[in-house]
Design a protein around this ligand. Sequence first.
Ligand code: PGA
Length: 265
Amino acid sequence: MRPGRRPLIAGNWKMHTSYEEALALARGCVERIPASLAVDVAIHPPFIWLVPVSKVLEGSAIALGAQNCAAREDGPLTGEVSAHMLAPFCRYVIVGHSERRLLLHEDDAAIAAKLRLVFDHGMTPILCVGEQLAQREAGQAGEVVTQQLRAALDGLTPDRLARLVIAYEPVWAIGTGVPATPADAEAMAQLIRAVVAELGTDGAALRVLYGGSVNATNAAGFLAMPAIDGALVGGASLDVEQFSAIVQAAEALYQQAADQATMEA
Ligand code: PGA
């Protein structure tokens, strides 16, 4: 992380939690995560719990995010939830998670459309990109991520590009307990910044997260990297102790980086 770019720790609950569990988890986060942080924190419950969880989060420092939205404005699309509907409750929307790309066959066009709708409705997209294992083994990881970025971001205004959050999530690291190494994640975060810079903005302002088997033990290794500004946390975000420990690690590292910058100035 770098002073001046506010880190973001986002918890993706995926299709987990009962109603009672969702409320208890949100309450736990509010109790354990102080309001005065230099770090942004978001939780992404399933759609059905967004409204009740929004009430639990009122007055706290924790923002609400959705895991997805429809690729079109309101209209005849049975079962979908539009960005317009999410906007009163959510600050962030995850777009293009690999589970949606691979298991639910979401294509580049849908991802690009969702990204624009999230911006149109005043929210911040967290765009997920990442290669599969065979692609990494074939030395194609950089190429795959570059193509995903271009397909989603081409034509976005520099202002929107600068406000975007991008999560690098190698597919083979998600939910496997086998994270990328901090050095590999850093290399990809630098590539992501370079691609976004080519697309027309100063990549310096962009926030890039790492995701894939992040937990309280390994988080600091990623967060200490200069091009990485936070984490998208799946499994460990369902455990209040783990999630709040990751937030604390981010806060400590950010304060350390800010103190260092002050000393050097
Ligand atoms: P994980 O999931 O932390 O459980 O690996 C990360 C994600 O899919 O966002």
